[in-house]
Design a protein around this ligand. Structure first.
Ligand code: AMP
Ligand code: ZN
Length: 472
């Protein structure tokens, strides 16, 4: 598999540190609000990366953090007059609700910054001891950026350029404008933790990721990922801290997703041009949002628009219809062995699986992988439509292939169909009555029953194998 590595700006062959195993870390949300559709992009694409690795037989250890202590969380807590933990707990719970809706699996582990304080304090201590960080008079601890000559290697910026752009903020006591806080001295009324170096306080943002990687994955990991905006300074700082504390490479591959835009501007909380995932889901459905995200390659910009979401909604419905048709046919069909023609057809269909794998192996090209699924679907629909006597064996094999590929992307897996409908028994009864009426040539009765079904919001379709019904 090839992955584009921000560090080398090239697509590279992916080779894990330990054969068959992957250590992967992704920067997670700051939990002071619901997350918006832009935030959802990394959650979805790196969930797919993880699922794809698992599909290819790797054991994946995937860690994604919750930033549960920072200015935004504290400000929100102050606004509501509650403890910061109340805010963090609430929005972690909401994160899980939206993530589950979007089909994003829980990571192997979701550490919170405040639960990783031992490791955070440990790494700051190491940096203080080896001279890569210093304790300022006000109790802040800063990373000494110039002590790491490779600083800038991820964002490909020479030190001089970074120096020209750096400023010292109000209240900061840095030796150099490029230095950044790894520890912030306590301010009155803010939550604070004790430290061996004597200044009570809380961690800077970047240090939690360095500490969590150490604690849960080890000194060197395979893949570190996040949104493009995190490249600088967040990831650059993570590299500096970790490599200076551990004396070895921090992450071998750096993956960054492109921006989700709206009117071609980055969707962001600060600009106010965002849709909460929750609200977008009310309009289009969670799974449509997932489908939309995967319709583009993860590194390209992707523009959010009602048209685009509606198009994806229709595409998704087409895939569900294909699946439901196959399942209906399987139930009615007979034949445990495929005919020679069907065996040949199945071999032909398997080519789409290879196409899917080739696309995913090419830097996780979900857009091309999705095309392979649509081509497969078209072929299955055409063949099964033209062969009403297709064997159960063939239909099952086609269904399995379809479910395997859509399963990797985690789309079209939901089951809110017939069997789950509370009126299923009644509907099936009416359909049987209608069939009997038709058989007796009592067409007026048959039509009456059809109208009754329509009034219940049930759509029926007569096929050679019997009557299929759906809601809506
Ligand atoms: P935050 O909670 O702001 O730290 O963001 C969580 C994740 O969402 C990070 O990986 C960000 O890089 C990512 N992110 C934020 N806005 C966008 C956007 N408009 N498009 C893509 N990713 C984004
Ligand atoms: Zn991070």
């Amino acid at each position: 598999m090839k992955l584009f590595n921000t560090l080398t700006r090239q697509k590279e062959e992916f080779v894990p540190i330990t054969p068959g195993e992957i250590k992967m870390y992704s920067c997670g949300p700051t939990v002071y609000n619901f997350f918006h559709v832009g935030n959802a992009r990394p959650f979805i694409v790196f969930d797919v990366l993880r699922r794809y690795f698992e599909y290819r037989g790797y054991k994946v250890n995937f860690v994604q953090n919750f930033t549960d202590i920072d200015d935004k969380v504290i400000n929100k807590a102050n606004d509501e007059g509650v403890d910061f933990n109340v805010i963090a707990d609430r929005y972690i719970k909401e994160y899980y609700t939206d993530a589950a809706g979007l089909g994003v699996n829980k990571a192997t582990c979701h550490p919170r910054a405040t639960e990783t304080m031992d490791a955070i304090i440990g790494i700051v201590e190491t940096l203080l001891e080896n001279g890569h960080a210093y304790l300022a008079e006000n109790g802040d601890v800063y990373f000494r950026t110039k002590s790491f000559p490779e600083y800038g290697k991820l964002s490909h910026q020479p030190l001089e350029d970074l120096q020209a752009g750096a400023r010292i903020g109000v209240g900061e006591l840095k030796e150099d404008p490029m230095d950044f806080a790894v520890w912030k001295a306590a301010k009155p009324g803010e939550p604070a933790w004790d430290t061996p170096w004597g200044s009570k306080g809380r961690p800077g943002w970047h240090i939690e990721c360095s500490a969590m990687v150490n604690k849960y994955l080890g000194k060197t990991i395979d893949i570190h990922s996040g949104g493009l905006d995190l490249t600088f300074p967040h990831h650059e700082n993570e590299i500096a801290q970790s490599e200076c504390a551990n004396g070895c490479t921090f992450a071998n591959y750096w993956l960054h997703n492109g921006f989700l835009t709206i009117d071609n501007e980055k969707m962001s909380k600060s600009k106010g041009n965002f849709f909460m995932v929750r609200d977008a889901a009310k309009m289009f459905g969670y799974e449509t949002i997932r489908m939309f995200m995967l319709s583009a390659h993860y590194r390209t910009p992707l523009n959010y628009s009602e048209d685009s979401l509606n198009m994806n909604k229709v595409s998704l419905a087409r895939l569900y219809e294909a699946r439901n048709n196959l399942e209906f046919r399987i139930e009615k069909a007979a034949g445990d062995a495929m005919t020679a023609e069907e065996t040949a057809k199945l071999t032909e269909l398997s080519a789409y699986k290879q196409k899917f794998i080739d696309a995913m192996d090419d830097d996780l090209n979900t857009a091309d992988a999705m095309s392979a699924i649509f081509e497969l679907t078209r072929e299955i629909n055409a063949y099964s439509g033209a062969h009403q006597d297709a064997t159960k064996a063939f239909l099952q094999a086609a269904h399995a292939l379809f479910m395997e590929l859509t399963g990797v992307l985690n789309i079209v897996q939901q089951r809110e169909d017939a069997a789950a409908d509370p009126d299923a028994e009644k509907i099936e009864g009416l359909i049987a009555d209608r069939a009997a009426a038709k058989k007796n040539k009592d067409f007026a009765a048959a039509d009456r029953i059809r109208d009754e079904l329509l009034a219940m919001g049930v759509t029926i379709k007569d096929t050679r194998q019997g009557t299929q019904w759906t809601r809506g």
